[in-house]
Design a protein. Structure first.
Length: 205
């Protein structure tokens, strides 16, 4: 029973952790080592498509695409920055260091186009079998003029550790973050639409 409880805690640490704490300072100019990794842009001009480092060499290639909508769930949200980071195919985080700041190697950034569309080319992360961690990808989102906040971790429908009971718990909490994959030629494809939180909701979750 204790092991089962610990598993639930871990699942909801990854999947249900939400999300934001308002920051009084401008995080784009905050100390490099302390600011959110979302601001560590890999290029000056972001566009609606980006690839995780090493994407071409990975066996289980994955394309995540979708539309970001305003909080009404209907209006496409343009110029929204979406950042993802993830473990490798073995479930481990590959880390590097720059200017005394450690960062996850497998990460990418996009900015939605005029239709709110975005696309990531990445790979399916592995399970960390030592801790029975779910396969997961961490997303952070940033609207213009508003603080960034984390979304629920993207999980995977074909994950052997994602039990029926876990799925029911996620559904009961209204968490819709499980990616359903379709194989097309040498790549898995999934669609993940995102509805932006209102500021009030983001601060209270």
């Amino acid at each position: 029973m204790k092991k089962l409880t610990n598993l639930y805690v871990m699942i909801f640490f990854l999947s249900c952790s939400a999300l934001v704490q308002a920051q009084d300072q401008d995080t784009t100019t905050a100390d490099f080592a302390d600011r959110s990794p979302l601001y560590d842009y890999s290029e000056n001009n972001l566009n609606s498509t980006d690839s995780i480092p090493g994407f071409q060499t990975k066996e289980d290639k994955l394309m995540i695409t979708g539309t970001v909508f305003e909080s009404d769930g209907v209006t496409p949200a343009k110029d929204v920055i979406l950042y993802i980071s993830q473990p490798d195919e073995h479930g481990d985080y590959e880390l590097k260091k720059e200017n005394d700041k450690r960062y996850v190697v497998h990460r990418a950034w996009v900015k939605t186009d005029v239709d709110g569309r975005y696309t990531f080319y990445t790979f399916i992360p592995g399970n960390n079998t030592r801790f029975r961690e779910l396969k997961h990808i961490h997303p952070i989102i940033k609207e213009s003029g508003k603080p960034e906040y984390e979304l629920n971790a993207f999980l995977f429908d074909n994950d052997p550790f994602l039990s029926k009971h876990c799925r029911k718990r996620l559904e009961k909490k209204g968490i819709d973050s499980i990616l359903v994959l379709e194989k097309k030629e040498d790549m898995y494809i999934t669609t993940k639409n995102i509805v932006l939180e209102s500021v009030a909701t983001a601060y209270t979750n």
